[in-house]
Design a protein around this ligand. Structure first.
Ligand code: MOS
Length: 703
């Protein structure tokens, strides 16, 4: 047996990415291409009274202008996550109504991008404007409707009774800002029709097979007539799972003009039209006995959605998995505001949810004069309180113990007692968690006589390392060097490789690839790939091939699958100028078996860096007058650079979670960000004595 699984393997796609030969959506060389630029609304609410496209149509190079008056035909998809899914339920240009600033109200097509962009400015629009709802303080919050089949409200016992007799009580409200996905690659599409009944789409997708079915439904075609090609994505974080309005409009317009059409959103358009994480306001109530045993937990959340789609940032999902109390109350409220549609963003719910919960646990620990690690261990959940199921594998205590050792946590002195170079020093910690998800996937594996292996699946690599994970799995199972494995992904003509989201690609795809490789050995009646190759050479055949699928089974009725972690950090605070630096970081994770130690640690580091962004910098307000986001590019939306990021020490504990899948992997994409902002705010409290409850922790809050 070669031992590739669990070693550090360089990215299969690394060379192509650093040399610029990796082809992203907007870069495919499609002959005869024309360019589209979207026209967007300058008001946030109302209707289009008149739209004049005459001047734009006469501009040089312009071949078509689309508005709601001549909107190209699309059908309503079923939009249910199974057969199809679009981000915004309202189809583009479907009427004259305006729901948010930046909403797409037209598309100008020309022979060059510059000419299309120029002509887009010539479209004249008159509006009947109404007063939009832009700020949460003016919004009407109502009970959030069920999401993906689950109610938000959950009541166990009686929180009021659990609070009443408690020795120590805490009630605190924590807020987070609107956050942007800000992927390095902006949203883009090239839509190319073959006649009017076959479509090729080059567009980022985290779920290639679903994107194929969705475009098929949008145009009334069988899925086989739609091909999605997306070998590389430049970051997604949840914002590139399904088609947005610009993609739908581009594909529809391309059919009508009978030319391949490219639409690339500007950074400003990406900000307004392609998702964000809603701001949240979370109130946590905790009650505990003097020994730290919790008697009540309440977690109540407000977030917002757009008028054209319902999405609730599911912050309370973490609470019933983390800590047990006999009395537990969860509830979420949602307001409709005139801003673009919010959606899934790395650890949707878990990232802001853990900010509130893990800040509150720290506050409670200080109030009880207990070590925050001891408080967490005392109350850790043995079962998932909503699912009523035990955790399949849980090594949370090991995360805390190993993390504390690596960091040197013991003997933490009183707040405001550590200084260095005239700055205050603080230590903080917080837990991390993310559910284990797994989906159905299929793949095909071919063993060739020269000993090389070819793996084919539509599942794709959004930058997380899926190419490499698949190659490692095939190399390990067939006993061939990883360099001999070629992986093809991100094409809907390949077997359905499932969703790159919910941190599930590895848990979904690795068991499938293992199975296909084992089938090859069975077919060849050999125990290794080398033997199988020799047999293949003798037989004179071109290849041995196997297709396999795998899917979750009954285990989800027996177990709750959840990953665990702990973050420890040091910050320095210069109170004179409000400067906060993160100077030391340790993360310890229990995510089941690790396939690629290098990529897995990188995923955790990426999550921590994104969490540092959430904690310190990422902030997006909407102008109450125009409704437009006041930040709109990678210069105005701040996130951490290398200089803002310390060395991040990552360690893994835990064991293969074989109840979950035969590979024992749970996935590692999202857990890294959870708990990070709380660990930082907890460290700031230790440094300064100040409890900050509103993210981001900008200098003005630290002076
Ligand atoms: Mo992720 S937010 O599941 O892409």
């Amino acid at each position: 047996m070669s031992k590739v699984i669990g070693t550090a393997v360089n990215r299969k796609d690394g060379y192509a990415k650093v040399t610029g030969t990796a082809t992203y959506s907007a870069e495919h060389d499609v002959p005869g291409l024309v360019h589209g630029v979207v026209v967007t609304s300058t008001i946030a609410k109302g209707r289009i009274k008149a739209i004049d496209t005459r001047e734009a149509e006469k501009a040089p190079g312009v071949t078509a202008v689309f508005t709601h008056k001549n909107a190209p035909k699309v059908f309503k998809p079923s939009n249910n996550f199974m057969t199809s899914k679009i981000y915004e339920a309202r189809l583009p240009l479907s009427d004259d109504q305006i729901h948010y600033a930046g909403q797409i109200i037209g598309l100008v097509v020309a022979d060059t991008f510059e000419r299309a962009r120029y002509a887009a400015h010539l479209v004249k629009v008159e509006y009947d404007a109404q007063k939009p709802t832009i700020e949460a303080k003016n919004a009407v919050f109502k009970e959030a409707p069920p999401q993906m089949g689950e109610e938000f409200k959950f009541v166990k016992g009686d929180v009021a009774a659990g609070m009443a007799g408690a020795a120590t009580k805490l009630e605190a409200t924590y807020t987070t800002s609107t956050e942007l996905h800000a992927p390095m690659e902006p949203h883009a599409i090239i839509a190319q029709w073959q006649g009017t009944d076959a479509l090729t789409v080059y567009e980022p997708s985290q779920f290639v097979a679903l994107s194929q079915r969705t475009y098929a439904e949008l145009f009334g075609l069988p899925s086989e007539k739609v091909r999605i090609i997306i070998p590389y994505l430049g970051g997604a974080f949840g914002s590139k799972a399904f088609p947005w309005p610009h993609g739908i409009l581009a594909a529809a317009a391309a059919r009508q003009i009978k030319r391949p059409l490219k639409v690339v959103l500007s950074r400003r358009q990406v900000t307004a039209n392609a998702g964000h994480r809603s701001e949240t306001e979370q109130t946590v109530r905790l009650a505990a006995a003097a020994d730290g045993m919790l008697s009540a937990i309440a977690h109540e959340v407000k977030s917002s959605t757009s008028p054209v789609e319902t999405f609730t940032e599911p912050c309370t999902s973490v609470t019933p998995a983390m800590y047990t109390a006999p009395n537990l109350l969860l509830n979420q409220e949602l307001a409709v505001m005139n801003i673009g549609t919010p959606t899934f963003m790395r650890a949707p719910g878990e990232a802001p949810g853990m900010w509130a919960l893990e800040s509150a646990m720290d506050e409670l620990a200080w109030a009880l004069k207990l070590d925050p690690i001891a408080l967490r261990l005392k109350n850790e959940a043995k079962e998932h309180q909503r699912k009523g199921l035990p955790f399949s594998a849980k090594h949370f205590a090991d995360c805390l113990r190993v993390g504390a050792e690596r960091f040197g946590w013991k003997d933490r002195p009183e707040p405001r007692s550590l200084t260095r170079d005239g700055k205050l020093i603080g230590w903080g910690m917080a837990a991390a968690t993310f559910p284990g998800f797994r989906g159905k996937t299929s793949a095909k594996v071919r063993l060739l006589p020269d000993g090389s292996v070819h793996v084919l699946t539509s599942g794709n690599d959004m930058g997380t390392g899926s190419y490499t994970v698949v190659a490692i799995t095939a190399a390990e199972t067939l006993g061939v060097p990883v360099e001999k494995v070629r992986v093809e992904m991100g094409d809907s003509q390949l077997p359905d490789g499932g969703l790159a989201g919910g941190s599930q690609m590895t848990a979904s795809l690795v068991p499938t690839v293992m199975k296909a490789c084992q089938d090859i050995l069975k077919t060849a009646n050999c125990t290794t790939g080398t033997e199988a190759c020799a047999a293949l050479q003798k037989s004179g055949r071109a290849a041995i091939e196997a297709s396999a699928s795998s899917a979750p089974g009954d285990e989800t009725k027996k177990w709750a699958f959840q990953s665990w972690g702990a973050h420890f950090c040091e910050v320095t605070v210069d109170e004179e100028i409000g400067r906060l630096r993160v100077t030391r970081w340790v993360s310890v994770m229990d995510v089941g078996r690790i396939i690629n130690t290098k990529a897995a640690a990188s995923q955790v580091r990426g999550g921590v860096i994104m969490g540092i962004g959430q904690a310190l910098m990422e902030e997006c307000h909407f102008d109450p007058n125009t409704g437009y986001p006041v930040v709109y590019d990678l210069a105005t939306y701040h996130f951490p650079a290398h200089a803002d990021t310390p060395r991040i020490d990552v360690a893994f504990v835990g064991e293969p979670d074989l109840n979950f899948n035969p590979a024992g992997v749970r996935g590692v994409g999202e857990i890294g960000i959870t708990g990070v902002s709380a660990a930082i705010a907890n460290a700031v409290h230790h440094a300064t004595g100040k409890r900050l409850r509103s993210l981001p922790l900008t200098p003005d809050k630290l002076i």
